[in-house]
Design a binder for this molecule. Sequence first.
Ligand code: SAH
Ligand code: SF4
Ligand code: F3S
Length: 458
Amino acid sequence: MIPAPRRYHITTFGCQMNKADSERMAGILETMGFQWSEDANDADVILYNTCTIRDNAEQKVYSYLGRQAKRKHEQPDLTLIVAGCVAQQEGETLLRRVPEVDLVMGPQHANRLQDLLEQVFNGSQVVATEPVHIMEDITQPRRDSTVTAWVNVIYGCNERCTYCVVPNVRGVEQSRTPEAIGAEMEQLAQLGYKEVTLLGQNIDAYGRDLPGVTPEGRRQNTLTDLLYSVHDVVGIERLRFATSHPRYFTERLIRACAELPKVCEHFHIPFQSGDNDVLKAMGRGYTREKYRRIIDTVRHYIPDAAISADAIVAFPGETEAQFENTLQLVKDIGFDQLNTAAYSPRPGTPAALWHNQLPEEVKADRLQRLNHLVSQTAAERSQRYLGRIEEVLVEEQNPKNPAQVMGRTRTNRLTFFPGQIEQLRGQLVPIRVTEVRAFSLTGEPVETAVGERSGMLV
Ligand code: SAH
Ligand code: SF4
Ligand code: F3S
């Protein structure tokens, strides 16, 4: 009898960085002969790629893990892996807390999964959390989409925002070379991918750790240089990048985005707070005025650009008046989308030790008030699409309506329209927008003359 193939399951928590790491780890498991299992309960190897950005993200991991740890008592050959940011934060402590775990591996070790698993199969319990130089990956990631892809350009973060656990768990900045990034993009184009999002926690820091200055004394290998160097990969139609830091977001970068046709008109630039004293306590290195100037410059060069951001409410010591400065900034800018969160104290971060923590009721109240405002401003921003023709890159069927497909505009608005996914996946389709909601649009395909630009009023 042929033995049944061994199966693996990955659950991914957290940000795009984790999603990209999971795709690479899935690729490694498949080269090792494992097959994907949608249901964790049918898998022989379960990998949780974890997030610890806020306490609730961390707690979720333990509840998932608890269930599988129980299952391991009936199925001792089950392999349990905890990867990602909780793994890095907890290290051996995690093994003491959940002894059923076989492998604890930090994000910098994602590409070493095969090596680490072999040690597990040889009978060891393994913890891999020491800082390492991230190897270039040679395996093929198993990507979730066949249309859009993530490409890491810089790992880690050298900032020290006082609330943030990322530098502790992701380590120091490590940029990939433009050659490695370019090669990955060429390969993606050959596989038929249409859109690439370049990824980094602080993507504006790209290249700081790479050598090279221009004859004029300017640092080479900036994000702007990278955009120019990868722009012409034939087949890739759209380029995005995230996450931008206001401290380093330059006019040169904005001009490049305006000039390069494949760079989409959407910018994710977290501001975190609209109050200068709170920004200072957060260690962000910019003021509300500087943030507004950046957005003005973006809109000067790219008037229709969509702007999204992240914000934290109820940071330690934040007064009602300071919170209202955040509300005011949200009104002034008119964000297309905003990820909001109540401050959560994180281990090993300065702000967690401060004595001016705010009560849960204040956190919940401010979060709710901010979210309410965000849905209003997003709905207002959506209005401008009504009746316009937008270019939509089709990604998937609408899971709630099989007669529709869905994709994104260049400005990153999720858009639904009637059509068959088999015919349309990966196509750029001009869509007349007929219905707008705060965070999504509905439309219908239109015939446009060749070369007609999207974003036109009709
Ligand atoms: N590198 C990006 C964001 C990284 S983390 C940046 O600099 O903006 C993603 C988001 O999580 C942050 O933008 C922030 O809004 C939120 N976040 C980070 N730490 C947090 C904490 N301790 N409590 C609440 N939200 C937090
Ligand atoms: Fe965290 Fe600040 Fe780095 Fe963003 S820039 S990952 S918020 S430390
Ligand atoms: Fe979470 Fe780690 Fe990303 S903490 S937000 S998965 S970098």
